[in-house]
Design a protein around this ligand. Structure first.
Ligand SMILES: [Zn+2]
Ligand SMILES: [Zn+2]
Length: 381
């Protein structure tokens, strides 16, 4: 991952502020329960209009929040900080992160609530930094920036009534500030500023995943949502040479012993506590070639369940690297099964490594987006 020199980032921030930058309100540290946080200034930081220097601390005090340090003040109902030059935040058990823009600290049920108002394109730069860190092509980054921006605009109402647009966890999109912002990601956000992926004039549902394995999946085969004409299975490149074949670990193999399979099947409720898994096979394939339905054999009976729930349950219990997709076949062993698969992720929408592969072949980001979301067009809102 590349790190962005501070001065260039500041210049980019200033350019955005001068342009049509619209701010987006992000709740920070949304998965943590905080009562205080430490601040370290970087460049000019103002607290309630007064210059803040060095370090300070914001903590919950009664129904409000107080500022400790040189500028001891408060409690305030809402403490407003302006950090055009960046401020680092840290605390026990908290990742240390850098944020820029406006910050509002308040108390919510005796816990600290921090909302960061940041220009949309800087936020998109942060999201793309996390999403595209393995990729290298600028056009792939741009495709990712448009997809992320469109995805996010559709989520703006997810926290309606809570006083902010988005949270900083994967519930919305992971945003960890500007401390490790990649230059390519921010440049891609800038280059595609205000651009969305539209279907019949409306923002599209821009799902994406890491590696499709040669063919993307129709959304309705994965989730019980209403079908979308642009979330259909597309072939990812010429026969036998998918665009995403350049991905490290395009192919994978995972051995699952019957003992492990038994534990999984019991905890998922597919079999009873006295049943043992003695085999696994694919009984139905989806239109893209992914496994759709699996059958597990015990000493008493066969049990069927969807490949998607198998993928999710293994992921939740053993990590997402064990079974990386539902694009696999099952080979039988003596006391185990071998899953021989390709791809990584659910397979719906844009294939991120395919976007990288297309960009290496000279495709531009709009062509990449049209390939993965057929019938859509980019446009401004
Ligand atoms: Zn959220
Ligand atoms: Zn692909």
């Amino acid at each position: 991952m590349k790190y962005f020199p501070l001065l260039i980032l500041l210049a980019a921030g200033a350019a955005l502020a001068a342009g049509t930058a619209r701010p987006v309100d992000i709740r920070l540290y949304s998965l943590h329960k905080l009562s205080a946080i430490a601040l370290e200034t970087e460049g000019a930081v103002y607290a309630e209009g007064r210059l803040l220097k060095g370090t300070a601390r914001v903590s919950v005090k009664g129904p409000g929040v107080a500022l400790d340090g040189d500028l001891k003040a408060g409690p305030f109902k809402t403490l407003r900080l302006s950090a055009p030059g960046g401020v680092w935040m840290s605390g026990p058990g908290l990742p240390r992160r850098r944020y820029i823009g406006e910050l509002a600290f308040s108390a919510d049920k005796k816990k600290l609530k921090i909302v960061n108002s940041v220009p949309l394109e800087i936020y998109i730069g942060g999201v793309v930094t996390g999403e595209a860190s393995d990729l290298s092509q600028p056009e792939a980054y741009k495709a990712q920036a448009v997809a992320a921006r469109t995805y996010i605009i559709k989520r703006f109402k997810a926290h309606a009534g809570e006083g902010y647009n988005l949270c900083d966890s994967t519930h919305c999109q992971l945003y960890t500030g500007t401390g490790n912002m990649s230059k390519k990601a921010l440049a891609a956000a800038e280059a595609t500023r205000g651009e969305f992926l539209l279907y019949k004039g409306e923002p599209a549902a821009t799902f994406y995943h890491s590696i499709c394995g040669g063919r993307t999946e129709d959304m309705t085969s994965v989730w019980p949502y209403e079908s979308k004409p642009y979330l259909v299975s597309v072939k990812d490149g010429p026969p036998g040479r998918p665009y995403c074949a350049i991905a490290p670990r395009f192919q994978w193999k995972t051995k699952i012993y019957f003992t492990g399979l038994t534990r999984l099947a019991r905890s998922s409720g597919w079999i009873l506590p006295d049943e043992q898994a003695l085999g696994l096979r694919v009984t139905r394939w989806g239109p893209s070639g992914r496994a759709a339905e699996l059958e597990l054999r015990t000493q008493r009976r066969p049990v069927k369940f969807s490949a998607t729930s198998f993928y999710h349950d293994v992921g939740r219990r053993a990590g997402w690297q064990a079974v990386r997709s539902t694009f696999f076949r099952v080979l039988a062993g003596k006391d185990y099964v071998l899953l021989d698969g390709v791809g990584n992720g659910h397979g719906v929408g844009m294939c991120q490594w395919g976007a990288e592969g297309m960009a290496r072949k000279g495709f531009k980001y709009r062509e990449i987006l049209k390939h993965y979301y057929p019938g859509t067009e980019t446009g401004h809102d």
